[in-house]
Design a protein around this ligand. Structure first.
Ligand code: NAD
Length: 528
């Protein structure tokens, strides 16, 4: 049995525990620092008590919770303190083999693809109901394991996961082929059939949300799944495995492997019995895969035109970058602002960043928690140093908060040039880079001058400008006068090195279906 269980505390004491945590606002500690890093260290953010108890966690294979074949485990850490939360089964090749065998059997012999669409849909709906019931508990696990704010997890992410499963449950009995008007005495039709065993690899920044983007459409189409979670945030997927079984999912239909990329991940990618691979993660890892759905990194432009509502644009650009501690594939990480409003925008962006509330992610009102782990923390601090060294102006932030956990001040750079590292690389942290532009043609060229092409934001009140940018930007999503608007029905994915294929919406179904053409000779064509 997986033994992730809630503490003795009931739901109300769980909630009050979150609320008791000390608030930590950085405003009083921030100052402009030209020399940048290390000038002052703010006090530590004191973590609240652990919200749920997690003893250990096992793999889900063939409907059973089991240890890794090797017996090995690995620790997963609390980003608020760096302390170990739990030791999790370390899946490797042998476990992947067992999981793929189970998924293969469940697909080839089991009831899942053969079940009526209605019944399959009902199981997915039952799972969504159970997940909704445990919303706060799952959100607490997500916050604890990844550092994202509890409010974000409880009010946005877990409800979105529930919504997404319901969306795809609604599709199950609406998946069908076509009749095709081909030449000759033939009746031609297409059947839309599941592909088989789907291998899916998930990153840590939205562990359960991306789990749902991948697993929900695959299961809805009748595939079976082996999913490998991120070693940096493995707990929530294991937790939701139990309600899946309770909802009536047959053994082997969903298998969850926790473990490392180079071992368990690589074994899943190279397994001959996996019919379809989907990977969400960094571009450098994704480049090694081919013929798969890839959701990779980004360096998305956020373009503020001269006629934009500046206050609205400042707020949206702030959200576009700082949401989820800046750890978003689609973060608006290049804020292009027209020269006529540049100074005003920078002042306001800085003021907004200075107001951002950083603290224990379980505390109500906190906007920003810690970064996921020490490696990401160090990487981000290196980028901040490079921004200062390359001559960008550090408007706010730039420093670590305290000495415990992985908290970073919301950081704003102005006077950023295209060739600086902070304008080129995916930083994946709370670092906003504000660049200046003169005209549309120039900003289109510069916005597209990247190997990424995931998303973009456009702020303008001129329809022609909006339409021009919408057509010219080589990206998978254009948000006009808004940003980060997600919905189960809206497709998401990247151009260029940001990915291949789409998740969510009807487009995701296509990647989990085979199309079979059926051509039947007609004996008496004269009758037609
Ligand atoms: P990562 O590439 O390091 O890891 C992602 C997953 O791949 C993990 O489960 C990891 O264990 C596994 N992995 C690592 N090496 C592997 C290998 N050799 N073979 C098979 N699997 C391997 O990425 P990350 O740091 O976990 O996630 C952050 C990245 O994900 C960012 O670049 C971000 O932009 C991207 N991302 C993209 C999207 C999108 O929809 N485009 C969404 C979220 C995150």
């Amino acid at each position: 049995m997986t033994s992730i269980r809630q503490c003795e505390s009931d739901e109300s004491s769980l909630k009050s525990a979150f609320e008791e945590v000390s608030t930590f606002s950085l405003c009083s500690h921030w100052h402009r620092s030209i020399s940048g890093i290390g000038a002052s260290a703010a006090a530590d953010v004191e973590p609240s008590i652990a919200p749920v108890q997690i003893d250990h966690s096992q793999l889900l294979i063939d409907g059973q919770f089991v240890d890794a074949a090797s017996g090995k485990t690995f620790p997963t850490f609390d980003p608020r303190t760096g302390d170990v939360i739990a030791n999790v089964a370390e899946g490797d090749t042998e476990d992947v083999n067992r999981a793929v065998r189970a998924a293969r059997k469940a697909f080839d012999e089991g009831p899942w693809p053969k079940m009526t669409a209605y019944e399959r849909s009902r199981i997915i709906l039952r799972f969504a109901d159970l997940l909704e019931k445990h919303n706060d508990e799952v959100a607490a696990i997500e916050t604890w394991d990844s550092g994202k704010t509890y409010e974000q997890a409880a009010k946005v992410e877990i409800p979105m996961v529930v919504r997404l499963f319901r969306y795809y449950a609604g599709w199950v009995d609406k998946i069908h082929g076509l009749t095709v008007p081909a030449d000759g005495p033939y009746h031609v039709q297409t059947l839309h059939e599941p592909i088989g065993v789907a291998g899916q690899i998930v990153p840590w920044n939205f562990p359960l949300l991306i789990f749902s983007w991948m697993a929900a459409p695959a299961l809805a189409c009748g595939n079976t799944v082996v999913i490998k979670t991120s070693e940096q945030a493995p707990l929530s997927a294991l937790y939701v495995s139990k309600p899946f079984l309770e909802a009536g999912l047959p053994p082997g239909v969903l298998n969850v492997i926790t473990g490392f990329g180079a071992t368990a991940g690589a074994s899943l990618c190279s397994h001959m019995d996996v019919d379809k691979l989907a990977f969400t993660g960094s571009t450098s890892t994704g480049k090694r895969q081919s013929e798969v759905t890839l959701e990779l990194g980004g360096k998305s432009p956020f373009i503020v035109c001269e006629d934009a509502d500046v206050d609205a644009a400042v707020e949206a650009a702030h959200f576009a970058l700082f949401f989820n501690q800046g750890q978003c594939c689609c973060a608006g990480s290049r804020t292009f602002v027209h020269e006529s409003i540049y100074d005003e925008f920078v002042e306001k962006a800085k003021a907004r960043a200075l107001k951002r509330v950083v603290g224990d992610p379980f505390k109500n009102g906190v906007e920003q928690g810690p970064q996921i782990d020490s490696a990401q923390f160090e990487k981000i601090m290196k980028y901040i140093r490079s921004g200062v060294e390359n001559g960008a102006t550090l408007e706010s932030g730039g420093q670590r908060i305290g000495s415990k956990g992985y908290y970073i001040q919301p950081t704003v750079f102005s006077n950023v040039q295209d060739n600086m590292l902070i304008a080129k690389d995916e930083i994946f942290g709370p670092v906003q880079s504000i660049l200046k532009f003169k005209d549309l043609e120039e900003v289109i060229r510069r916005a597209n001058a990247t190997s990424y092409g995931l998303a973009s934001g456009v702020f303008t009140q001129n329809m022609d400008t909006a339409n021009t940018l919408m057509r010219a930007l080589r990206v998978g999503t254009v948000w006009i006068n808004c940003y980060d608007v997600f919905d189960a029905a809206i497709p998401f994915g990247g151009y260029k090195m940001s990915g291949q294929g789409r998740v969510r919406g009807i487009y995701s179904l296509r990647s989990y279906l085979q199309v079979k053409a059926v051509v039947t000779a007609l004996k008496n064509p004269a009758w037609l």
